[in-house]
Design a protein around this ligand. Structure first.
Ligand code: P6P
Length: 333
């Protein structure tokens, strides 16, 4: 049996090495791992379980929920609400913030999560994932209200996502680099398989939904056109394009071989400055990308420095290999 260590053993080792990881955070991440194992079980059985298709309910995002969206949200809440580590949580699938029921003890953390990102891919069997972000509940607040949740991404103590793909993989940062744990279906443990994940500074691969091209601002139009022009244009190399419509899949590919991901500001819908949500998609992914040596920006500022004014607010996202992201940022100046 190879000597791979589990998620909990890794966190305890980090704690002993002086990282700011307390028992509440270790226990909370253990619960998050349990929720992800349940979601893995549901997604990997697919049509064998009654989990595919639409729940015929619209969420606060105005999106029709998939059955697995609803189930994954329930799994995250049920697995984490009772352990006394959270003061409250916010979910993409919940209109309002979720207060821990009075029968449960409360703890020092707030968690924001997207229980099943990319769920439009579920019925076509393409990779989906869960994204989570954890911050300290404001000092002295035991019954957090909405205003207590509006904390910038720079205050995150932990961020992660679990990819339900050919293998189930949890990617995690607690502020000391980025690591990955592969779920061993035999033992049901997340085992450390990726240490010190770093994003290459350069890339020849961009990820964007090209059907939105006419709605982009000039800097993004310029950048993407240059990628398309390759050596026939301004750039000294040709580019490849990828778009799997699951942010978790794009981000893990970028963590592995580099790349730039764009869901930029567009004029498609004046009410939506971008598609992706700040608190439970852009902020956690930005923390991970920065910890892996990449850059994550709205195009005009660091995503993690955006001051939240709503729990479901959207934000433009440009993230990945630092030299490419910095080039596109320079086009915005
Ligand atoms: P589009 C999934 O719905 C998601 O929130 C991200 O995971 C993904 O990157 C994006 O939206 C896909 O958006 O417009 O290409 O379907």
């Amino acid at each position: 049996m190879e000597n791979t260590i589990t998620l909990k053993q890794h966190l305890i080792a980090e704690q002993r090495a002086g990282q700011a990881i307390d028992a509440h955070l270790i226990d909370l991440l253990d619960d998050v791992g349990s929720a992800c194992k349940e979601i893995h079980d549901a997604t990997s059985h697919g049509a064998l379980y009654d989990v595919l298709g639409s729940a015929d309910v619209e969420n606060v995002q105005g999106e029709v929920q998939k059955k697995l969206d609803v189930m994954s949200n329930e799994m995250f809440i049920r697995r984490t609400e009772a352990s006394g580590n959270l003061a409250g949580m916010a979910s993409e699938e919940e209109d309002d913030v979720y207060s821990i029921p009075s029968e449960h003890p409360r703890g020092p953390y707030l968690m924001y999560f997207d229980p099943l990102d990319g769920s439009s891919n579920i019925d076509v069997n393409i990779t989906v994932g869960s994204i989570f972000s954890i911050v300290k509940c404001p000092e002295g607040v035991t019954d957090p209200k909405l205003k207590d949740y509006l904390i910038p991404g720079t205050e995150q103590v932990c961020a992660g996502f679990t990819l339900y793909g050919p293998s189930t993989l949890m990617i995690l940062t607690t502020g000391n680099g980025v690591v990955g744990f592969t779920l061993d279906p035999g033992t049901g443990e997340f085992k450390l398989t990726h240490e010190n994940i770093t994003i290459p500074d350069d890339t020849s691969e961009f990820a964007v939904n090209m059907s939105n091209q006419r709605f982009w601002e000039a800097p993004v139009q310029k950048y993407v056109q240059e990628c398309m022009d390759g050596v026939t244009g301004e750039r000294d190399k040709n580019f490849n394009m990828r778009w799997v419509a699951s942010m978790v899949g794009e981000v893990f590919r970028i963590l592995t071989r580099g790349g730039i991901f764009l869901y930029p500001f567009d004029t498609k819908d004046a009410a939506k400055p971008g598609k992706l949500r700040l608190m439970y998609e852009a902020n956690p992914m930005s923390f991970i990308v920065e910890q892996a040596g990449g850059v994550s920006s709205t195009g005009r500022g660091r995503i993690m420095e955006v001051t939240p004014d709503a729990i479901h607010q959207r934000v433009p996202v440009i993230l990945g290999s630092k030299n490419e992201v910095n080039r596109l940022i320079s086009y915005h100046k």
